[in-house]
Every structure is written in structure tokens, then in C-alpha cells.
Design a protein around this ligand. Structure first.
Ligand code: NDP
Length: 295
């Protein structure tokens, strides 16, 4: 199957690795061309000079960019995706996108006989390397079934959530929960540190109790207690994701004061820590504001 992959970022790269072997014939493209060149050399596939060339190769085209805005921006122009795609092709967007833009993109492609599935992923860089990502899909069931062949290369759990945009919506809400878990666990552990309870003891209790989460079980022990903060998923992206969640709630007249507050806190943390900070580093802002280190 001829597959093209656009977006060799932190998670796109390990996802694309799974497509670099038969039955897939892979072509990659990345804005920073040196990354595509290096990937093609290392994994024995080809790279395209522009999105049009990548799209022209593809029966299935996968995008994994920062946001839907970047995906939409690659559509048009003489070297854009639309100029290359053939009728009958399928675009699978693994970006954590926003439903409204995905619906616009799907509509534009439909007029050209091209199908669209939004298919954001969860499981982090580790899950992408292991090929165990969870993939949440939005689109027609026949298109989602077609996408499964490719998504199964890096995904373990592939779920059809609804029509176009439903995958984006589920992903955004998952990210809202992640942001809330990080911030609330940070506040709880900062308070306990001030009382003289170590983070190790506090997490031992919480992880045997009803307050536990993936954040307390996996993220905090490695990153906060270990003071390592590896940069695997940018805080800037979590800020983007929870802003999408808040927007979806507003668009659907659902009052979500907690999501709105967490979105504001993530925006502030992003502004304070900059573009390269990892999402778990948001706890540094809690520490700074309280003058306490979680140890
Ligand atoms: P990165 O910031 O590491 O990579 C972003 C990718 O998008 C790069 O390939 C970058 O190209 C490309 N890009 C950015 N702007 C443009 C543009 N204007 N035109 C063309 N290409 C562009 O992000 P991640 O790989 O971490 O994330 C990608 C998506 O996956 C995001 O939507 C994110 O929310 C989601 N995600 C990430 C996870 C993670 O653990 N990292 C987990 C789950 C989902 P270049 O190399 O030139 O900068």
C-alpha cells in the first residue's frame, strides 16, 4: 500500500517508522527537509520535495502536524496537498486537531473525491515507539475501516468515535483531563511538601487510593520526583489542546468552568515557561508561585 507521512515531529517520527516496511511503500515529507532526508536514509524509504509530491504518491496520506491550522495551510497552492491527491485517496489526520477545521478540510476534499478521517493519538512517544497508541477516529465507518489498515501499524486500540471531528473532540477532552490532573496533583503535592510530607510518600498513598491517575502513577514519579522533566510532549501543545476543549464546550453551550480555568492556567504556564517546556513542567509554575519545591 502506498502511504505518505507528513510531519516528522516528536511523535510523528516513531509513528512513521512502523510504516517504513512492507506491505507499506512509504514516502515522508517534513517542513524542515533535513529531517525527512535523514529519516529516509535511516529507514530506507523516499522523501518528497513538497506536500504535492507526497500526496501524489499516496493511497493513504497521513498528517501529524502541530494543529489543524498547519494541516489546512498545507492544502492549497501549487505545491499543496490538494494539487497532488488523486480521487479515491484517503487523508488520515493524526494531528490533535479541532473539529471545526477538520469538518472544513473534509468538505473540501469530498468535492475532489478524497475521503478524510481525523485520527488523533494518545500514548506518548513511548507508545508510538512500541506501536501501542490509542487512536480515536472521526469519519464515515467505511473510511475508518480503511484507515485501520495503516493505523494498526502504530496503534493498538483504534476506536470509531463518530462523524468527522469526533476523534478531535474526544482527544481534546482527554487532554483537558490530563491538564487538570497535572495541575491538581501539583497543587496537592506542593501543599504536602510544605507540611513536610515527601512526594514519594504522598504518591505512594495516592497511588493506593482513590485520587490516583496516570499522572500520579506514571508521570510524577519519573518526572517530578526524579526532577528529570524529559521533553516528550510540549506544554505548548497541551495549551493548544485544552483551548480546543474549552472552545468545543462553548460551541455546544455546555458550561465548563473547571476546563476554562485549567485552560487559563495552562496558557499562563506556557507563557511563563516558553515554547520548548514539557507539559509536566507546568508544576514548576505552581512551585514558583508558592515558593516550594515538590521533593
Ligand atoms: P512537534 O512540535 O515535535 O512536531 C510538529 C511537526 O509539525 C513537525 O514535523 C513540524 O515540522 C511540523 N510543523 C509545524 N508547523 C508547521 C507548518 N507551519 N508547516 C508544516 N509543518 C509544520 O509535535 P509532536 O510531534 O509532539 O506533535 C504532533 C501532533 O501530535 C500534535 O498535534 C500533538 O498535539 C499530537 N500529539 C503529540 C504527542 C507527544 O507525546 N509528543 C502525544 C499525542 C499527540 P518541523 O520539523 O519543520 O518543525
Amino acid at each position: 500500500m502506498r502511504v505518505s507521512f507528513l510531519g516528522l515531529g516528536a511523535i510523528g517520527t516513531p509513528m512513521a517508522v512502523h510504516l517504513a516496511t512492507p506491505p507499506f511503500e512509504l514516502v515522508v515529507w517534513n517542513r524542515t527537509m533535513t529531517k525527512a532526508d535523514a529519516f529516509a536514509t535511516e529507514h530506507g524509504c523516499s522523501y518528497a520535495a513538497n506536500p504535492r509530491e507526497a500526496a501524489a504518491h499516496a493511497e493513504v496520506l497521513i498528517t501529524c502536524l502541530t494543529s489543524s491550522r498547519e494541516v489546512e495551510a498545507l492544502m492549497d497552492g501549487p505545491d499543496g496537498i490538494v494539487a497532488g491527491l488523486k480521487a479515491g485517496a484517503l487523508l488520515v489526520d493524526c494531528t490533535s486537531g479541532d473539529p471545526a477545521t477538520s469538518i472544513v478540510i473534509a468538505g473540501k476534499l469530498k468535492a475532489l473525491g478524497v475521503r478524510f478521517v481525523d485520527a488523533p493519538v494518545s500514548g506518548g512517544v513511548k507508545g508510538a515507539v512500541a506501536g501501542t497508541l490509542t487512536v480515536m477516529c472521526g469519519g464515515d465507518s467505511r473510511d475508518v475501516d480503511r484507515a485501520r489498515v495503516v493505523l494498526g501499524a502504530f496503534g493498538k486500540k483504534i476506536l470509531h468515535c463518530g462523524g468527522v471531528g469526533a476523534g478531535d473532540a474526544v482527544k481534546a477532552m482527554n487532554q483537558a483531563l490530563l491538564a487538570i490532573h497535572i495541575w491538581s496533583a501539583g497543587e496537592a503535592l506542593a501543599t504536602l511538601a510544605q507540611l513536610g510530607v515527601t512526594a514519594e510518600v504522598a504518591l505512594d498513598v495516592i497511588n493506593g487510593s482513590s485520587g490516583r491517575s496516570n499522572t500520579s502513577e506514571n508521570l510524577f514519579p519519573e518526572r517530578v520526583v526524579g526532577r528529570k522533566f524529559p521533553r516528550t510532549f510540549k506544554l505548548a501543545l497541551l495549551d493548544k489542546d485544552i483551548a480546543i476543549a474549552a472552545q468545543i464546550s462553548r460551541d455546544n453551550n455546555v458550561r465548563t468552568p473547571l476546563i476554562d480555568l485549567a485552560a487559563r492556567l495552562m496558557k499562563e504556564a506556557h507563557a511563563e515557561l516558553g515554547e520548548e517546556a514539557d507539559h509536566v513542567e507546568a508544576v514548576r509554575v505552581i512551585e514558583d508561585r508558592s515558593g516550594v519545591i515538590i521533593v
